[in-house]
Write a protein that binds this ligand. Structure first.
Ligand SMILES: NC(=O)c1ccc[n+]([C@@H]2O[C@H](COP(=O)([O-])OP(=O)(O)OC[C@H]3O[C@@H](n4cnc5c(N)ncnc54)[C@H](OP(=O)(O)O)[C@@H]3O)[C@@H](O)[C@H]2O)c1
Length: 286
């Protein structure tokens, strides 16, 4: 598996997004653990989770616990695994997603994530989403305090615009290592953030790279040029999509979600697909 850089860590160029294993429509635990093991077998060393990935209420942190359990029970060497989690989103239990970006809340949430992940230091902690009721600088200030206190190894942000990326990096004293934004053939408006991350040497983690859990299966039928080129190369439209993202910049590390071993096994092969400049331009225009 090829690697890319997040901070000064080398991680697999394709990560695994944990959300489909913990929200509505999730599989049983055995299939989820098998999916985490399949990712590790395929050479994946980067896992994205969040305390909010659960059905809500008392189950907060369902996905953090699951990913930690899957990694711990694998049996191989996991010393190079980086688990990224997030704080700032909540699921009260009625199906909704709410926000809390208050510094005191984020610090408390990080402490709870530390316990669920069973670690002394969180690998990568990401501020999940700006809370309009809280000054962005105050929320990111809490992430800086966690970094300074040694509670987290790396600091990241998610759902941020270019101004917020620059501000966060300034508040963190140049220690912002990643930005996680929505990016897929269906959702391309994060190109400015991707370009800025490329310029700043910060990892860009596209979320919902296939258009999200409920629309991932339609990827090929919605984007014919992706399906056609995928067929020419003998790969799935999903693999071709990830290869297209990887080709955009060396800072890109896609985090496709999966709840079945076969899905992540297939996605991991994207690192082997080479695209010409002409093919990339064709997909950009699709
Ligand atoms: N920061 C944020 O605000 C935010 C928001 C949303 C998501 N995320 C993160 O981004 C990750 C990815 O996004 P997502 O899970 O929402 O959507 P996604 O990656 O666009 O789609 C996930 C779905 O794609 C299917 N899939 C995966 N690999 C496939 C393949 N090679 N061929 C065919 N189907 C495949 C999976 O099906 P199966 O379930 O059948 O395996 C899965 O349910 C999440 O898991 C989460 O970690 C972050």
């Amino acid at each position: 598996m090829q690697t890319r850089r997040i901070g000064d860590a080398q991680v697999s160029a394709i990560g695994l997004g944990g959300m489909p294993m913990s929200i509505e429509g999730r599989p049983d635990e055995a299939r989820s653990i098998a999916t985490v093991h399949a990712a590790l077998d395929a050479g994946i060393t980067f896992f994205d989770t969040a305390d909010a990935y659960s059905l809500g209420g008392p189950e907060v942190g369902h996905n953090e616990t699951l990913i930690a359990k899957g990694v711990a029970s694998w049996g191989g060497d996991t010393s190079d695994v980086l688990i990224a989690t997030k704080g700032g989103h909540l699921r009260p239990g009625d199906g909704s997603w709410t926000l809390d970006g208050r510094p005191e809340y984020l610090k408390q949430a990080a402490e709870a994530s530390l316990k669920r992940l069973g670690v002394d230091v969180i690998g990568l902690y990401q501020f999940h989403r700006p809370d309009p009721r809280v000054d962005y600088a105050d929320s990111v200030g809490a992430i800086r305090d966690l970094l300074d206190a040694g509670k987290i190894r790396y600091a990241g942000i998610s759902n941020a615009n270019p101004e917020q990326i620059k501000l966060a990096d300034e508040i963190l004293g140049g220690r912002l290592v990643s930005v996680q934004n929505q990016f897929s053939p269906a959702f391309r408006s994060s190109e400015p953030e991707l370009d800025l991350c490329d310029e700043m040497g910060i990892a860009f983690l596209p979320w919902s790279p296939f258009g999200g859990i409920t629309r991932a299966a339609e990827l090929g039928s919605r984007f014919a040029p992706f399906a056609e080129l995928a067929a020419d190369k003998g790969v799935s439209p999903h693999v071709l999509t990830l290869a297209w993202m990887l080709a955009k910049s060396p800072v890109v590390v896609p985090i496709p979600g999966a709840s079945r071993p076969a899905s992540i096994q297939d996605s991991a092969t994207a690192v082997d697909v080479k695209l010409t400049a002409e093919e990339i331009a064709r997909l950009d225009a699709a």
